[in-house]
Ligand binder design. Structure first.
Ligand code: 2HA
Ligand code: ZN
Length: 275
């Protein structure tokens, strides 16, 4: 019999969880990943759904546009490290009710559990990013990459400061995230307040730093979204290495250099972040 892992979207989702674990971004139960399934993918997965879906659970947030959608989600308290070993116990598929304010589990978390504690943030970010991209955005990914978190202790917590520091840390950065990154100040994770604060950033940016916590990124597919997390964290690592060398910055990529990169690669840099 066919296994659910034979469905390509499931295999790609599991691979991304494992890739994040291998990067060291998911200590213990840290981080979470959600994917908005296409209609065709939902139909491919439907034969594996539970005979009886679980009860509807209210989310505390609401997005009518996402009523009736299905999402793949990591489980609350589950470890990325274990996803590839036993996906059926560590991830789930949830269905959203027509009103867009509740979910129910239709597959997975066989030993019990709920979707990620950050599901309200993921869900609202899906609504905002989907709107901002004409429905292209399907992936929201949260991780705890150490170098980026370290930067939130030394840089002013503004989108301008973080975007500039990251763009200047590696030449390809302005090409990969020409819009820059948003910054959410430190807040209690897991609830509606941080979800709304993150959404506000995600209306403008496709990535949002959570001070002293981690990073949220969004994208149309697994490769692009993982690549965005990877590129931002690599830039942060270079920033931290440079600062750790103890000599300050002797030379860097200048604002007109950033403009030249954007022109050559045909991307639009957020000009208000340049001098
Ligand atoms: O533990 O990362 O932000 C999951 C998280 C919460
Ligand atoms: Zn987290």
């Amino acid at each position: 019999m066919k296994s659910i892992r034979d469905i390509s979207v499931m295999e790609a989702y599991i691979r991304m969880c494992d890739d994040g674990w291998l990067q060291g971004w998911h200590e213990r139960n840290g981080g979470n990943l959600t994917y908005r399934l296409t209609h065709a993918e939902t139909e491919e997965l439907r034969p594996f759904f539970k005979d009886q879906p679980q009860a509807w659970v209210s989310m505390g947030v609401k997005a009518e546009d996402l009523g009736g959608e299905f999402f793949l989600a990591t489980g609350s308290g589950k470890y990325f490290r274990n996803v590839t070993l036993a996906p059926q116990d560590n991830i789930c598929i949830v269905e959203i009710n027509p009103a867009g304010d509740s979910y129910r589990i239709v597959w997975g978390l066989e030993k019990g559990g709920r979707p990620t504690s950050e599901f309200p943030t993921h869900f609202m970010n899906h609504a905002v990013r989907s709107r901002a991209t004409n429905g292209q955005c399907r992936v929201i990914y949260h991780a705890h990459p150490a170098n980026l978190i370290a930067m939130t202790y030394t840089l002013p917590l503004t989108a301008r400061d973080f975007s500039r520091a990251l763009w200047q840390s590696a030449t390809e950065c302005p090409v990969v995230f020409p819009g820059g990154v948003g910054v959410v100040p430190w807040m209690v994770p897991g609830g509606a307040d941080i979800a709304m604060a993150t959404c506000k950033e995600m209306e403008t940016f496709d990535a949002a730093v959570w001070a002293h916590h981690g990073l949220f990124v969004s994208g149309p597919d697994f490769d692009t979204t993982f690549g965005l997390m990877h590129t931002i964290e690599k830039a942060a690592q270079i920033y931290v290495l440079v600062m750790s060398m103890g000599q300050g910055v002797r030379q860097t990529i200048q604002d007109n250099d950033l403009r030249a990169i954007a022109k050559e690669f045909g991307v639009t840099l957020r000009e208000e972040f340049l001098d």
